[in-house]
Design a binder for this molecule. Structure first.
Ligand code: ARG
Length: 237
């Protein structure tokens, strides 16, 4: 009896300590080149970056693909250990989660039909139907402009479809993913705007100081040894 009991205990401990070597990382894979699906597999800049971080800190990375607005709640309830999702660090989000050092600088842009000439800056969005993705920083930005008819979509592909089918006049999105969407969808173009710079970082549940520190150390090494630049060239050239 005792033997069985200790065997069971041993197994449980094994499972627990094995579990400790895994980091569950949430993302939302509709944000190329940062994270997207290729033949059903989640790939991209962020995915490679977080796997390198995992290697450095000796943890196995397991990626979970969920909706963008579900990511931070999942962190807060410990269903995820980390989030990497081209996520902008904002003061509002910092109330709920902690962020690593930033690893990428981005801007919002406007996507419009190629033939449009009326939308040239943020101001010209007034009176227009503008698609945003629920909870993205672009959603927040548009909310601050008065007189815009903002239409929220649950996903980036949904918003792009609304634009290509003429349901909306424009869409707001981060510059790099906007670039990849206009390659995939003919007849669209990008209007650059003078929007505030945004910094992408890895989100961690509040108070996990050691984890954040080890991630920052890993990020620093990844930059210093040139791995970061290789990833930039791979995904942005
Ligand atoms: N940078 C924007 C934000 O933080 C959009 C991020 C969307 N990322 C994604 N993987 N879908 O709100």
């Amino acid at each position: 009896m005792k033997k069985i009991l200790s065997l069971v205990l041993f197994c449980i401990m094994g499972v627990l300590s094995f579990g400790n070597d895994v980091l569950y990382v949430g993302t939302n894979a509709e944000f190329a080149p940062f994270e997207y699906l290729e033949n059903g597999e989640i790939v991209g800049f962020d995915i490679e970056l977080i796997n390198k971080v995992g290697e450095k800190i000796g943890k196995e990375i397991k990626i979970k693909n969920i909706t963008f607005d579900g990511l931070l709640p999942a962190l807060q309830t410990n269903k995820l250990d980390l989030v990497i999702a081209g996520m902008t660090m904002t003061a509002e989000r910092e109330k709920f989660v902690d962020f690593s050092d930033d690893y990428f600088v981005a801007n919002q842009v406007i996507i419009v039909p190629e033939k449009d000439s009326s939308i040239v800056n943020l101001d010209s969005l007034k009176g227009k139907k503008v698609a945003v993705v629920l909870g993205y920083t672009g959603d927040l930005m548009v909310s601050k402009i008065e007189g815009v008819d903002k239409v929220q979509y649950n996903s980036a592909p949904g918003a792009i479809m609304a634009l290509t089918s003429g349901k909306v006049d424009a869409m707001i999105l981060d510059s790099a993913p906007a670039g990849s969407y206009i390659v995939q969808n003919k007849g669209l173009k990008i209007v650059k705007i003078d929007a505030e710079e945004e910094k992408y970082a890895i989100a961690v549940a509040k108070g996990k100081k050691e984890l954040v520190e080890s991630i920052n150390k890993a990020l620093k090494e990844i930059k210093e040894e040139g791995t970061y630049d290789k990833l930039i060239i791979k995904y942005f050239n």
